[in-house]
Design a protein. Sequence first.
Length: 310
Amino acid sequence: MTSGIPADDFQQRLTEVAEATEKTLDQLLGLSPQPGETLRPKRFMEAMRYASLGGGKRLRPFLLIETARLFGIEGQGVLRAASALEMIHCYSLVHDDLPALDNDDLRRGRPTTHKAFDEATAILVGDGLLTYAFDVLADPATHPDPAIRIELVLALARSSGIGGMVGGQVLDLEAEQAKEPHTAEAVIELQSMKTGALLHYAVIAGAIFAGASAQARQALSDYGKALGAAFQVADDILDVEADTEALGKKTGKDADRNKATLVASLGLEAARKRRDTLAAEAIAALDSFPEGQSATILKEAARFAATRKS
Ligand code: GRG
């Protein structure tokens, strides 16, 4: 599972991308209305910023940006697409933490949005981030070619919507009520939707942005699927092994809530093995690319997704 790049270089690049994403989100979430908007309510924008700024690993933006960089594409447009994706992720966290869903008080090491503001505001923050993500992608400032913008929008809708993240969340809720233990196959499918689809989108969006060939997209798709699955098994394992402070959210809650996890259906040791196998599969999927810095860094990202501590 080695990728040949020192972990420090990966961490440094992850930090750089996180800072650039933070700056772009900060600009996008300003108080000035855009053409076609009337005004941006002040307290609501504070809540939008609270939910999006100052936290998170920014792994999804990282994957989008580094995939585009694999094809020599960088710049403000890519950062806007990466920030739009992060908005969808932040909306999912805000809504997932709501009393009607997971009812969590802690996220990214601080009070959840509905705790820091109120429940109605948190619902609207999710709605606002979800809508704004598609606004940002559809804006010509993101990419001059309308065909590319439509492709980015469509793929994000498919990944985050009914048959992707939202559908996965629905299956997750249904699984909590199930009397029988969940089969590993059912958990794998649920997780590929709930968490995997958005991580897969991150790499596919980078490839769309760069106009990558069908062959390159297939390799990246295989990489994204394996990485997404490894990331979620790692999440299941962290819920059992990590402590709340390191993780920045409450741990041990999966078992309490009868969550469908691979630790529950396979056991801890088999879940660890599956996580490592998936990370190795993700790395192997990139073997068809020349050994440039970006492919190497994407391989390191797969290792990171599997072995992260938070
Ligand atoms: C509410 C529509 C809706 C969907 C929610 C993704 C999701 C579906 C809920 C998030 C709950 C959760 C903890 C899922 C497990 C995997 C996951 C997405 C963890 C958080 O992602 P990280 O680790 O978080 O990338 P940071 O804070 O680093 O951005």
